[in-house]
Design a protein around this ligand. Structure first.
Ligand code: NHR
Ligand code: GAR
Length: 212
């Protein structure tokens, strides 16, 4: 029985595309966007997937919109909900309903740079390493348990766009990996930290303290 996945997005959908094109043991049962014009929805339709637009601008209050969103998600009975460039903060009631089966990809090495404009802020701080993080979503914005991260160098002449593109290539690598682990039942949450079940290599690394 394969893992039923609902994807939430707001825009371009390149992370969704990377997930859809990876050979994963999942079934994408619906793609939902809060923006009707999102390119990610058109891509979903082109692949013959169920694509749903739920326009948040038609709903004044966040809780009411999130309740409609949850009703739509639940129609598809997902095992996992993935945020792939979903740009709306989710209310606590929504998070409580999906906690433990809700993943996000964030374009920074959390806990550095939670929130928006991460690449601009990384350049402004002069960090030499930047990257991306897949984490379980909790009510505390961008602070849920971390599943996997990837790092990229920051170059002296970088622009936010150049840096974003370097990070994005890594997002497209680590998000499918994290979803594979989830689908295989290999992610174990230990006191707010995620471990990988039966990961002999990292256990060996932990026991010797040597780097990979
Ligand atoms: N919701 C909760 N409760 N917790 C998280 O960790 C969440 C979340 C919703 C989305 C993705 C996130 C990111 O990876 C995410 C994580 C949007 C905003 C934001 O400020 C912040 C973080 C994230 C996504 N959104 C504005 C808002 O008022 C709208 C901005 C816009 O529409 O462009 O919701 O960074
Ligand atoms: C990605 O870089 C993702 O990490 C980021 O938005 C981009 C979406 O691109 N997410 C956030 O900033 C969440 N606040 P995509 O639509 O092409 O996947």
């Amino acid at each position: 029985m394969s893992c039923r996945v609902v994807v939430l997005l707001s825009g371009r959908g390149s992370n969704f595309q990377a997930i859809a094109e990876a050979d994963l043991p999942i079934e994408i049962v619906a793609v939902i966007s809060n923006r009707p014009q999102a390119a990610g929805l058109a891509y979903a339709r082109g692949r013959g997937l169920t694509a749903v637009a739920l326009d948040h601008t038609a709903h004044a209050d966040r809780e009411a919109f999130d309740a409609l969103l949850a009703d739509e998600i639940d129609r598809h009975q997902p095992d996992l909900v993935v945020l792939a460039g979903y740009m709306r903060i989710l209310s606590p009631a929504f998070i409580a309903r999906y906690e433990g089966r809700l993943l996000n990809i964030h374009p920074s090495l959390l806990p550095m740079f939670p929130g928006l404009k991460t690449h601009e802020r990384a350049l402004a701080e002069g960090v030499k390493i930047h990257g991306c993080t897949v984490h379980f979503v909790t009510a505390m914005l961008d602070h849920g348990p971390i599943v996997i991260q990837a790092a990229v160098p920051v170059r002296a002449d970088d622009t936010a766009d150049a840096l974003a593109a370097r990070v994005l290539a890594q997002e497209h690598r680590i998000y499918p990996q994290a979803i594979r682990w989830f689908a295989e039942g290999r992610l174990v949450n230990m006191h707010g930290c995620v471990n990988l079940k039966d990961d002999l290599q990292s256990q060996a690394v932990l026991s010797t303290g040597t780097e990979l």
